[in-house]
Design a protein around this ligand. Structure first.
Ligand SMILES: [Zn+2]
Length: 1011
């Protein structure tokens, strides 16, 4: 590339002028800062340094902090394991090699310690490496005791003077996590080299960091995914000129979403990092990513910021981020910026563990090539544009290497560590203040507590919710006797626009509520009240917010999504209720009464399905109507068990938290069998991102299934011989109907295998394999699915796969469309129960909160070919122009009035009633028994939003949300919502589990239209 003048030389000379100005008015504090440079007497590893220079593609893609490697006589450099320098082309180490090096460092240097912090889903180890001075590592326990007091200000009675004393003595912890996103490959080598530098460099700048703080490093966060990625890269290196398979699986269950689990904490990596962050009482969690040129500090993104974040933290984000940009800009490194496009709303990101536990969350996007190739990279105009927050943007086109990436990562981290160390008293005091303000929540912003009543009909789901909070280190208490609190009175019904004096007084009125003994209380006067409040409260994202493209989900209220009662209490009297701390949370389960028939009430708890699969030999039936027995009421769908040993049932019920009643005789109620359906979970080779959450949920519930791909279905003519139910969860990314059927282009390029070989031993990991991921379901596969359903199978489809089923005619009576104005971004919506007699609805109440992400709009039809979409506010409800008012009859001059035939009325979610005109020669009419049955529908527009963002909600309001469409002898069950999402939607799991358990009786309770 020839340029008339190097723009960076211009830039550097301009910076020099600015630097002179800065120096002229520098404060005393500035003058004391150690310059970011190598020490005058620092010995240098010349050979390693020469390679750093060689692999750095432009002189301005490095800094004085990383353009050399300090030499050590005793401590091995990363070359000892890598065979070359960190970031060298063609070299991507497995996690095992990274750990091997970190342990070599530990052995050679008293400044390094390696800790095992847990294992992954596939049993691989995760580690954290502490690097600090000998003295700091020797005094870890004393230091931890000091930090623990700052982390829990109750332990020092919220005494600021004592906090100041601790702050002056404590050494802070800065925790860095690398390569959670497996195709973002640079961090492990950057962190190997960073650990080495921190351990051996004697430059004053590095010594400040080493002596003044502890750097904690998890070099590989997604270990299963890392090993798969290295496999793929090795395959790529040995197949020059060929396409290489995309990383179709990252972790065992989820791919990119592994960075969205910090609310539900369902993945091992989340749990392990959370435990490490909290047990070290770290101040910072800094997560490394590589998808934006060249270094985007997206800690302080665009708005809206998470409402539960302490403003002290918002300030810390800006301080560190802008200083970071400033430092790196002064090095002459282009493309370093902050602010940007990210919003900081959802607490689901891994880094947000810190934000929600009184620390500082940080995140870098550096620039990676998804491997260790050096590649000419061309950016989009959006990426290289100069904006107010990116005055020095990246270059439109440049040669980019993994070493460049490592230079940026290490330089960013070193300047961050140094700035943090220089201001550690401030940050430690803030750490204390944020914890103190968390403890003061009840008397400051509130609420005082959340209460989960002891009489909740879903104690199993309640226990699951509490266990999520316990994983988040939230303290949970349990009332030892009944207590009362004052609550705001229920709001007047929405839609009552007229505000009278009475309404106004009602708005400020209160009511008293008594909670029974045994109710759970989440006190807000605890250090981690922030995460509990954030998960349990409601969210509102205004459609008028300046941020029009939410980065992730906008709503997540856990009480609603778990279908359990959570009461927000602002009355501080709740804190005086007699209560004990709870350690073990377990729903009570077991058998009461005598007899050989056992009944279990159905309240839509997932444990019922686990029980069915656990007691495979038991005879289980479901009641088709509610009944009373032994003085208790039982809902539709309640289990009636026979041929089961009491001891087996007792053990299972107690472990699963199910309350069983033994009876001498079976209740007299209509029943059908509940069989352990043979389940297949169907995935594509386009993306396994979204179905992974379904696999995980089934595994955690111990419900067995066959994991099959669309390619399997294309070869399997008789699916009914193997399966009763095929679950086809959303495909998500790339999940269009043509792509599901056709797959990826096979007209050129080479096959893309996904299988274990000696060269790629980690790819499959207990998941699926194929010789070529490109072929899709094909028309054969479509035909096999069609005949599976026609012959009595149940196909369960969700969002994009429901659109797939409808558009290919796997059933006849539901069509799907996309709202043109609808904008629902990962929100919690209200759904209303329509057909309580359907087995799919067993155990549910009238209203259910559901997760919706721009779900398709379902329209039902009774006439083949009538695929018109029904919308709210249709003109059919008005009358033609004429005399009188809207409701008056019209007249015709010179003719007596005629009686108008009654218009058939129907609701928006229903199949439209068939008219006599349509029935005359009604060959297009779908028989009543073949029409779709609506189980749940979306609420009216005004009641639709529970949490998050809803815009254009009228397009989906009242439409069917869960539909059972008969097809031949079988069923296509269709969801517009996503009932299984990130471990957060456990209240709607039973919609899926009920479908499975009642697969051969889905028509129970069905009422057909008369014509
Ligand atoms: Zn990423």
């Amino acid at each position: 590339m020839n340029r008339p003048q190097n723009p960076f030389l211009r830039l550097i000379s301009r910076l020099a002028v600015l630097g002179l100005l800065a120096a002229a008015c520098a404060s005393a504090a500035f003058a004391q800062e150690t310059p970011p440079a190598r020490g005058a007497n620092q010995p240098v590893d010349e050979a390693y340094t020469a390679k750093i220079k060689k692999y750095t593609t432009e002189p301005y893609f490095t800094s004085p902090l990383v353009d050399y490697l300090p030499a050590s006589k005793t401590v091995p450099t990363p070359e000892a394991v890598l065979g070359d320098v960190a970031g060298a082309p063609g070299i991507l180490p497995y996690a095992e090699d990274v750990y091997k090096y970190m342990r070599m460092l530990e052995k050679a240097s008293p400044r390094v310690r390696v800790y095992s912090i847990g294992t992954t889903e596939e049993g691989r180890e995760m580690i954290a490496v502490a690097v600090s001075s000998e003295a700091n590592l020797k005094n870890l326990d004393e230091n931890r005791a000091r930090l623990a007091k700052l982390a829990d200000p109750r332990s020092i009675h919220l005494d600021d003077a004592e906090a100041d004393r601790l702050v002056s003595q404590a050494v802070p912890i800065y925790y860095i996590t690398g390569t959670i996103h497996s195709p973002e490959t640079g961090a492990p080598t950057a962190l190997m080299e960073l650990a080495y530098r921190l351990a051996v460099d004697e430059s004053p700048y590095i010594r400040d960091i080493r002596d003044g703080m502890i750097t904690l490093i998890t070099p590989v966060t997604e270990v299963d995914g890392r090993d798969r990625m290295v496999d793929i890269y090795r395959w790529h290196l040995s197949h020059p000129g060929q396409n290489w398979p995309p990383l179709i699986y990252w972790g065992h269950y989820v791919a990119h979403d592994n960075n969205r689990d910090a609310m539900g904490v369902t993945l091992k990596l989340t749990e392990n990092v959370l435990n490490t962050f909290v047990s070290w009482r770290a101040q910072v969690l800094h997560d490394l990513h590589e998808s934006v040129p060249y270094l985007y500090d997206n800690t302080a993104g665009d708005g809206p910021f998470n409402a539960w974040v302490d403003p002290i933290l918002a300030d810390e984000w800006e301080m560190i981020a802008w200083r970071n940009v400033s430092d790196m800009t002064k090095f002459g490194m282009p493309g370093v910026f902050t602010h940007g496009y990210f919003d900081t709303w959802s607490p689901g990101y891994l880094m947000f563990i810190a934000a929600m536990h009184n620390g500082i969350s940080r995140l870098y996007e550096t620039f990676g090539n998804a491997g260790a190739d050096t590649v000419e990279r061309t950016l989009s105009p959006q990426e290289y544009a100069r904006t107010w927050f990116r005055q020095n943007p990246p270059l439109p086109r440049t040669l980019w290497s993994q070493r460049d990436n490592n230079n940026y990562e290490e330089t960013g981290l070193l300047t961050s560590l140094h700035y943090f160390e220089q201001n550690k008293r401030l940050f430690l005091k803030n750490f204390y203040l944020k914890a103190k303000r968390s403890v003061q929540k009840p008397t400051e912003e509130g609420p005082a507590a959340y209460v989960l009543p002891a009489d909740d009909p879903r104690p199993g789901l309640q226990a699951e919710l509490l266990r999520v909070l316990a994983k988040q280190k939230v303290e949970i208490s349990r009332a030892t006797s009944a207590f009362s609190v004052t609550l705001p009175a229920k709001k007047p019904a929405k839609g009552a626009h007229e505000k009278t004096t009475a309404d106004k007084s009602a708005a400020t009125a209160t009511e008293t509520r008594e909670f029974p003994a045994g109710s759970y209380i989440i006190r807000m006067d605890q250090p981690y009240s922030r995460i509990a409040d954030s998960l349990l409260d409601h969210q509102y994202w205004s459609p008028d917010d300046p941020q029009k493209t939410p980065y992730d989900d906008t709503g997540w209220t856990f009480g609603d999504l778990f279908d359990v009662q959570v009461v927000r209490v602002t009355d501080t009297k709740v804190l005086e209720a007699p209560m004990d701390p709870v350690k073990d949370i377990h729903a009570p389960g077991g058998i009461s009464g005598e007899g050989s028939v056992f009944v279990i009430n159905n309240t839509a708890e997932p444990a019922l399905a686990s029980l069915r699969y656990r007691l495979r030999d038991a005879t289980i039936e479901a009641a088709e109507e509610p009944f009373e027995s032994a003085g208790a009421k039982f809902n539709r769908g309640s289990f009636i068990l026979r041929s089961v040993s009491r001891a087996d049932l007792e053990r299972a019920a107690s472990e699963l938290g199910l309350r069983v009643t033994a009876l001498a005789d079976a209740p007299s109620v209509k029943t059908h069998p509940v069989r352990a359906a043979r389940i297949a979970l169907l995935h594509t080779w386009l993306s396994t991102q979204t179905e992974g959450w379904w696999r995980q949920a089934l595994d955690l519930m111990h419900i067995p299934y066959a994991y099959i791909s669309t390619q399997t279905v294309s070869h399997e003519a008789d699916l009914n011989a193997r399966y009763d139910v095929i679950l086809f969860p959303p495909v998500g990314f790339a999940g269009s109907t043509p792509a599901i059927v056709n797959g990826l282009p096979t007209g050129w390029g080479n096959p893309l295998p996904w299988k274990n070989t000696p060269q790629t031993p980690n790819l499959v990991g207990g998941n699926d394999s194929t010789d070529d991921i490109r072929p899709g379901l094909g028309w054969e596969g479509v035909a096999h699915l069609k005949s599976f359903v026609e012959n009595g199978g149940v196909l369960l489809t969700v969002m994009d796969t429901a659109q797939f089923a409808a558009s290919l005619g796997l059933e006849d009576s539901v069509s799907t469309s996309r709202g043109s104005r609808e904008k629902i971004v990962g929100s919690v919506l209200r759904a209303d129960l329509v057909d309580a007699a359907s087995p799919i609805a067993y155990g549910y109440s009238d209203k259910l909160s559901v997760y919706c992400d721009d779900g398709p709009v379902f329209s039902l039809t009774s006439i083949v070919g009538a695929r018109g979409f029904r919308r709210l506010g249709g003109e059919s409800h008005t009358r033609p122009t004429g005399r009188g008012t809207l409701t008056d009859p019209d007249f015709t001059v010179g003719r007596p009035a005629t009686e108008l035939p009654a218009e058939p009325e129907s609701e928006l979610w229903e199949s439209p009633p068939v008219t006599d005109e349509q029935l005359r020669n009604g060959f297009r009419v779908i028989p009543p028994a073949a029409r779709a049955r609506v189980i749940f529908r979306y609420a009216e527009n005004r009641d639709l939003l529970v949490s998050g963002l809803v815009e254009g909600g009228d397009e989906i309001a009242q439409h069917a949300a869960v539909v059972d469409a008969p097809a031949g002898k079988g069923h296509v069950v269709m969801f517009s919502i996503n009932p299984v999402w990130r471990g957060e939607t456990r209240g709607s799991y039973a919609l899926v589990l009920n479908t499975i358990l009642n697969f051969d009786s889905l028509d129970a309770g069905r009422k057909n239209a008369e014509k």
